[in-house]
Design a protein around this ligand. Structure first.
Ligand code: ZN
Length: 593
């Protein structure tokens, strides 16, 4: 089994990471008092109900109830699993994730494709070594130099060289049957018609394609000269899906501190040439048009996406297809633009010829989605005639219907109305309710937690774990108290007695995946209206009410026993004490609101 990540490490991680920074990379946050707010990334809304608290290191949406820690955010928003989220946060802080009790990371149970990924990593290393050492690599090196690619950029992207032989990789990594089967599964070798295997990539510059976590999942190969397709990609494998991966996304995230936008280009060399000129935020689709999955991945990373196309007819058509894919993803706060290059140019040639600033100036002038949308529709219908305008409205209808409701859709409806001479309400009325394509299914809205002394005490301890020190004594009678939530309260106090320095987020992570964890998270979302300075007194008050409730329960129990079978002397004394202590103001049930 893979080694467990020590709990202590997770505590430390959560104490050091700043959830505001983290969430801010994906969601535009605005400061509001002590917290930050935004429109919720987990449900469609126009007014912000998503809050991130730097004190609690916790996010909470009052609209849909989404909530969690930095780890939870990555799991929910970036669809990482727990280990991925921990590794991602550790990576941001430059920490290595320690493991205990296991042997390394490559445990089959945790990583079903560990062997495949290992084979790809081995091949990656081998290709890179060939670029440095193979006698025939000089052609590849010359090609890259000719394109102005520096050693530093080649290293950053892990460029390699596949030598011309049919069995270079096969002989190096395919020592036995099992190893050859892995090479085959990884798409690195192919089977001959007559049987036998051969290297898929030969005499090509090799571009490793890395996933979100930086693991090589496939390769692209560019022919240096001679016959064959100019570009060749790994086939689809269990770890490589063209419709999902974006070349350069990992590198963009690594080399750009705060990614704000991404430029989507077509080729590996475009990404590399742009990076060479300091534009480190370009990514390429892998020989396919951008898919809906690409779009979601792009917009989960940045709020703004600029698509780059050749300015010719084919380029415009491709851009229109990209627009169609982008529409369902256009939630409020996201923007897409289209950059058309002069005919016959690609970003690689253009940035080398014009330089960085001129290229960036072009990006600034990229056409907004709204404009391209209206232009594209008008080009498909003759808007000088009434029929043509009706047709334009007809063409727009299915496209607008794909969009999530929001400001952009409203603006497009209005602009379209002006173009075709129809009141916007008429257009809007004919649109279908948007498919939930981009927005995740709505969650059941949790009922706000009613304030009881138990909940108040728990909520206060969660917010200010240091308060626990003054409440540990109370467990003596708390353990006897029969009220919902009391066992959890004792559990939290036990935890804080052992580990007094846990942060709010670390406490929550201790309860990850449990019903108790959900309860605690709900309590953290509860508005206590208690200033930090008053928290200690508030906790004392809550405990005093619980103690009164405990006395009542004890009194009732003793009275019941007295009626049933009588009390011994000690019990009688206790009952007398209890009855004497009960002041008129605290009748039965007073501890519960
Ligand atoms: Zn929400």
């Amino acid at each position: 089994m893979a080694g467990r990540i020590p709990q202590q490490f997770i505590d430390e991680l959560l104490a050091r990471v700043d959830i505001v920074d983290l969430v801010g990379e994906y969601v535009p946050l605005k400061k509001a008092g002590r917290e930050y707010v935004a429109c919720c990334p987990f449900h469609a809304e126009k007014t912000p109900s998503f809050t991130v608290s730097p004190q609690k290191q916790f996010y909470h949406c009052f609209g849909c109830g989404a909530h969690g820690t930095a780890i939870g955010f990555l799991m929910e928003h970036q669809h990482m699993d727990f280990v991925e989220a921990v590794e991602h946060l550790a990576g941001r802080l430059g920490l290595r994730v320690p493991r205990e009790g296991g042997r390394g990371e490559a445990a089959p149970a945790r990583q079903p494709h560990a062997a495949l990924l290992q084979t790809l990593a081995d091949a990656d290393r081998w290709f890179r070594r060939q670029l440095r050492e193979h006698p025939q690599a000089s052609r590849a090196v010359d090609y890259l130099r000719g394109r102005g690619v520096s050693g530093e950029v080649a290293a950053r992207f892990g460029l390699g060289y596949a030598p011309p032989a049919w069995d270079g990789l096969l002989r190096t990594l395919g020592s036995d049957e099992a190893a050859r089967a892995r090479l085959r599964a990884a798409g690195l070798v192919a089977e001959r018609a007559g049987g036998g295997l051969y290297d898929r990539f030969r005499d090509r510059i090799v571009f490793p394609i890395r996933d979100r976590r930086g693991r090589t999942v496939g390769f692209g190969g560019r022919l240096i000269e001679g016959d064959g397709p100019k570009y060749l990609n790994s086939p689809e494998t269990p770890v490589f899906h063209k419709g999902r991966e974006l070349y350069g996304l990992h590198e963009a995230r690594e080399s750009t501190r705060r990614l704000e936008r991404l430029l989507v280009v077509e080729g590996y060399m475009d990404v590399i040439a742009l990076a060479q000129h300091g534009i480190t935020w370009a990514v390429a689709t892998l020989g396919t048009a951008a898919t809906a999955e690409h779009l979601e991945r792009l917009f989960r990373t940045v709020p703004e996406v600029v698509f780059c196309f050749d300015g010719d007819r084919a380029g415009r058509l491709a851009a229109w297809r990209a627009l169609e894919q982008a529409l369902p993803a256009m939630r409020d706060g996201r923007s897409a633009r289209f950059l058309f290059l002069p005919e016959g140019e690609d970003p690689d040639s253009l940035v080398r010829r014009e330089g960085r600033d001129a290229f960036l100036a072009r990006v600034e002038k990229a056409v907004p989605l709204s404009e391209f949308f209206l232009e594209g529709l008008a080009a498909r219908a003759d808007t000088s005639s009434m029929d043509g305008r009706a047709r334009m409205a007809e063409l727009a209808r299915p496209l607008l219907s794909k969009m999530p409701q929001g400001v952009l859709r409203d603006l497009l409806v209005e602009a379209l109305g002006r173009r075709v001479g129809l009141p916007p309400e008429r257009i809007a009325a004919r649109l279908e309710t948007p498919a939930a394509a981009a927005a995740p299914p709505p969650r059941p809205r949790p009922a706000p937690a009613r304030r009881t002394p138990v909940r108040t005490a728990l909520a206060l301890l969660l917010r200010q774990p240091s308060l626990a020190a003054g409440a540990l004594q109370a467990r003596a009678w708390l353990r006897e108290l029969d009220l919902p939530g009391v066992p959890l309260l004792c559990q939290v106090l036990d935890l804080l007695e052992k580990e007094p320095h846990l942060t709010t987020a670390a406490i929550l992570e201790r309860f990850r995946g449990s019903e108790a964890g959900e309860q605690l998270a709900r309590l953290l979302g509860m508005d206590l209206e208690v200033p930090e300075a008053g928290a200690s007194a508030e906790l004392e008050g809550a405990l005093a009410r619980l103690e009164a409730r405990h006395r009542e329960q004890r009194t009732e129990a003793l009275l019941a026993k007295a009626r049933a079978k009588g009390l011994d002397e000690a019990e009688k004394a206790e009952l007398r004490r209890l009855l004497a202590a009960e002041s008129p103001g605290t009748g039965l049930g007073s501890a519960l609101d």
